[in-house]
Ligand binder design. Structure first.
Ligand SMILES: NC(=O)c1ccc[n+]([C@@H]2O[C@H](COP(=O)([O-])OP(=O)(O)OC[C@H]3O[C@@H](n4cnc5c(N)ncnc54)[C@H](O)[C@@H]3O)[C@@H](O)[C@H]2O)c1
Length: 339
C-alpha cells in the first residue's frame, strides 16, 4: 500500500517535530515542502532531495500527488492554504490554533466541510501520558465526580530565543491564542465537559516583552457543574516554570504538578499524595506520534478523525469569550455565542 503522502507547509520551529515523526512512520511519507522563506526552504530541501518544494501550497500541490496538507504556518492568514488544500482534495492537519480569530476558524471548518476534506487540529497535549492518566483518574469511582479545579501555568517565555517563533511577540492576545488554547482544550478533554460561561481579565505586566496581553485570568463553568479558576502567563517573573492543575472531586483531589508528568491523588483524609505511575515518554515527540497514529488510523481503519476542526471551535470560543469578557462584556455565555 502507498504510504499516506504529506505536504508539509511552513518549515519553522514546530515543523521539526513533524518531520521527525513523519520520517520514522512506516505508513507516512513527506512528498512536498512549502515555505515562504526561500533560504529556509533551500536548507530543509537539501536533506530531502526526493520532495517537491515551492513557496505556496497551490504550487506544490499542482506538481505532486499527495493525500494530506500539514499546516505548520502561523495561524493568521491561512485562507490561501485552506483553499489550496480544498481545491486539491487534500485532508488537512493544521497546527493549533486553527486561526487567530474565531470567524476565520469557522470559515476554515466550513470550507473543508464543503470540499469534503477531513480537517484535524494538532492538539498533541491530549496524547501526553499524564493527560490520559488524569482523564482516567477524573472519571474513576475512587475520587468521584470533579466539581472544581485550579489550573495555573506560570512561565517566563523568552520570545526572542532563536529556537522560538517570533510572530507571538506582535500578535493580539498571544497567551490566549497560542498557549491557553491548549489548556482550554485539555479541560474539555479531561473533564469530558463543555464550557457554559466564562468571565475573564487579560492584561500585560510592565516587564512583558509581548506587545499584547501575556496574562489571562478566567473563571470557567462547564457542563456537569465543574468550575475552573485559570491563571496563565508568559510573563511570570521567574525563569523556573510554575505548573499546577488541581482538581477537587467528591472524595479527594487529583494534582498534576508538571506539564509533562508528576500526577498524584489523595482521598480527603490521606496524609500524603499517592503518585500515579506514568509510562516513560519523550515530551513533544511521543505526543505528536500518538496524534499522528490516530490521524493515520482515520484513513486506514476508518476510525474517528481525532481533534476535528469542528470540535476545536468550542475551545476557540472559550478564547474569544475571554477576550470579550475582558473588554467589558462581563460574563459571556457560550451557548449564546454569536452566529
Ligand atoms: N502543538 C504544539 O505543541 C505547538 C508547538 C509550537 C508551535 N505550534 C504551532 O505551530 C504553528 C507554527 O508555529 P512555529 O513555532 O513553527 O512558527 P515559526 O514562525 O517558527 O514557523 C512558521 C513558518 O511558516 C512559514 N510561513 C509563514 N507563512 C507561510 C505561508 N503562507 N506559506 C508557507 N510558509 C509560510 C514561515 O516562514 C516560518 O518558516 C503555529 O500555529 C503554532 O501555534 C504548535
Amino acid at each position: 500500500m502507498t504510504p499516506l503522502r504529506f505536504i508539509l507547509v511552513g518549515l519553522g520551529a514546530r515543523s521539526r517535530i513533524w518531520r521527525q515523526v513523519l520520517d520514522e512512520h512506516p505508513d507516512c511519507r513527506v512528498v512536498g515542502l512549502v515555505e515562504a522563506d526561500g533560504d529556509r526552504l533551500a536548507a530543509v530541501a537539501r536533506d530531502a532531495p526526493e520532495t517537491v518544494c515551492g513557496p505556496t501550497l497551490d504550487d506544490v500541490a499542482s506538481k505532486v500527488d499527495a493525500d494530506v496538507a500539514l499546516l505548520c504556518t502561523p495561524p493568521a492568514g491561512r485562507h490561501p492554504q485552506i483553499a489550496a488544500a480544498c481545491t486539491a482534495g487534500l485532508a488537512i492537519l493544521a497546527e493549533k490554533p486553527l486561526a487567530d480569530t474565531l470567524a476565520d476558524a469557522e470559515a476554515h471548518v466550513a470550507a473543508a466541510a464543503e470540499a469534503g476534506v477531513p480537517l484535524a487540529v494538532g492538539l498533541n497535549f491530549r496524547y501526553l501520558a499524564v493527560t490520559q492518566a488524569l482523564k482516567k483518574l477524573c472519571s474513576a469511582d475512587r475520587l468521584g465526580r470533579p466539581e472544581f479545579g485550579r489550573f495555573t501555568y506560570e512561565r517566563w517565555r523568552d520570545g526572542h530565543l532563536p529556537r522560538l517563533n517570533k510572530y507571538p511577540l506582535t500578535m493580539a492576545q498571544p497567551m490566549l491564542w497560542e498557549q491557553s488554547i491548549h489548556h482550554f482544550d485539555l479541560m474539555r478533554f479531561v473533564y469530558d465537559a463543555e464550557p457554559v460561561q466564562v468571565s475573564a481579565r487579560t492584561f500585560n505586566p510592565s516587564w512583558s516583552m509581548y506587545e499584547s496581553d501575556a496574562n489571562v485570568g478566567a473563571l470557567i463553568s462547564f457542563t456537569g457543574g465543574v468550575e475552573v479558576t485559570y491563571q496563565g502567563t508568559w510573563a511570570g517573573n521567574w525563569q523556573q516554570m510554575g505548573f499546577e492543575w488541581r482538581t477537587e472531586c467528591e472524595r479527594g483531589i487529583a494534582v498534576q504538578g508538571d506539564m509533562f508528568g508528576d500526577l498524584a491523588y489523595a482521598l480527603r483524609d490521606d496524609l500524603a499524595l499517592s503518585p500515579v505511575p506514568l509510562r516513560e515518554t519523550e515530551p513533544w515527540v511521543d505526543d505528536a506520534r500518538g496524534l499522528l497514529e490516530d490521524f493515520v488510523g482515520h484513513f486506514r481503519d476508518g476510525t474517528a478523525l481525532p481533534c476535528s476542526g469542528a470540535d476545536h471551535l468550542t475551545s476557540l470560543r472559550m478564547v474569544e469569550a475571554c477576550i470579550r469578557a475582558s473588554s467589558g462584556e462581563g460574563t459571556v455565555r457560550l451557548n449564546e455565542h454569536r452566529g
